[in-house]
Design a protein around this ligand. Structure first.
Ligand SMILES: [Zn+2]
Length: 378
């Protein structure tokens, strides 16, 4: 009986390894999260019901000249030209609810900490239902991959929101968040400037630093250290939304579009990353759907569960804007990351599977081929 069982197991293991190798698409993954950025602005541009409200936009004439067009296809290009003039024809965009592409958060709380936990862990922990810090909830996808051969010392997180410090084990992952200086290693000009700005800032009492500082630090770290898995958490969109400053919220979205363009340029001009990096951009939750509640999100605000996911790079077929797709959840992102790297993410909790299998790279060596360790369950 034992012999028979062993005979059955060996082909199964072989099949499993083959399947993973076949779908290895990327050697490196970079994830950018834009906190509380609505699918409505991403897919249809500025919302007329809010854009012309003088209580939420200081100079409506200026904002109209910058971001308004009666056609939503043209309007979204005004807000995020890199996404709609470049990314859309080379990558994938999931979550346009009007095209029946539904991406949503699975956790019922629809707040940032539960959203990031879902996005980084692949399951819902009902002890994390507010944004208050919780220690000991750190064994997520970043932590798991950072412990694999080839990834040790090569996983990092830069976040605008200070709470990221509570989400990741700094013993495994290089973490820098909130008004925290980055003090280790040799610094390039971007990191030096960001450190300088942080040390002289009058806003250290706030929980979220400017996204441009986070982005500058992440860029500098990429050039110097070449992390293989990098998470960049941007937070100002959520801050401006809560303040009901729709003009600043839109300006920040336009600025992030430029950051993504610069990030993609950096990736494609660095031989380490070029053509072998998967870039994923997503959000931690949606927001209210109307003029009077768009600034809010949470369990009682309809629309807060609506999210989106964009991908470009290694293994991503250029399908553009997705239509009529099965429902996708944020909790599927960890499996998307691990599958694309040829790894198997299996923590103690059952995790959601990926929503897509990425295309294998043709004619190139696989990211982690020859190392069977990566298929072992942890
Ligand atoms: Zn918020």
């Amino acid at each position: 009986m034992i012999v028979i069982r062993q005979l059955l197991i060996i082909p199964l293991i072989f099949f499993s390894l083959t399947a993973f190798a076949q779908f290895t698409a990327a050697k490196h993954v970079i994830i950018v999260a834009i906190d509380g950025f609505r699918w409505q602005e991403l897919f249809t541009g500025a919302d007329s019901s809010i854009l012309f409200d003088q209580l939420q936009v200081k100079d409506t004439a200026m904002m109209k000249s910058l971001f308004w067009h009666h056609d939503p296809i043209e309007r979204r290009k005004k807000l995020m030209p890199f996404i709609w003039n470049y990314w859309a024809s080379r990558g994938q965009l999931w979550g346009n609810q009007s095209l029946y592409s539904n991406v949503s958060v699975h956790n019922p709380y629809r707040l940032s900490y539960p959203g990031y936990h879902e996005m980084l862990n692949g399951f819902i922990d009902h002890r994390i239902k507010t944004n208050k810090p919780k220690k000991g909830k750190r064994d997520n996808i970043l932590h798991t991959i950072a412990s694999h051969d080839g990834f040790q010392g090569r996983v990092a997180l830069f976040g605008s929101w200070e709470r990221f410090n509570d989400m990741v084990d700094t013993g495994f992952v290089a973490v820098n968040a909130g008004y925290q200086l980055f003090e280790t290693g040799t610094h390039g000009p971007d990191m030096r400037l960001a450190n300088e700005a942080i040390s002289h800032s009058s806003y250290k009492h706030l929980g979220t630093r400017p996204d441009m500082l986070t982005f500058s630090m992440a860029k500098d770290y990429m050039r110097a250290k070449h992390p293989r898995l990098l998470f960049i958490g941007l937070g100002e969109t959520d801050e401006y939304a809560h303040q009901r400053q729709y003009d600043l919220y839109l300006n920040q979205a336009a600025l992030i579009d430029k950051m993504l363009c610069e990030l993609w340029t950096l990736i494609q001009h660095d031989p380490f990353y070029k053509d072998q990096t998967l870039l994923i951009v997503t959000t931690d939750h949606g927001r209210g759907r109307h003029r009077l509640n768009w600034h809010r999100h949470g369990i009682a605000v309809s629309g807060s569960r609506e999210a989106w996911i964009m991908m470009i790079g290694a293994g991503v077929e250029p399908l553009g804007e997705m239509e009529n797709t099965a429902s996708v959840k944020l909790r599927q992102i960890p499996s998307l990351i691990s599958n694309s790297l040829g790894l198997h993410y299996q923590p103690k909790h059952r995790v959601a599977s990926s929503f897509i299998r990425l295309k294998p790279q043709s004619g190139t060596d696989h990211a982690l081929s020859g190392n069977n360790k990566f298929s072992e369950r942890k």
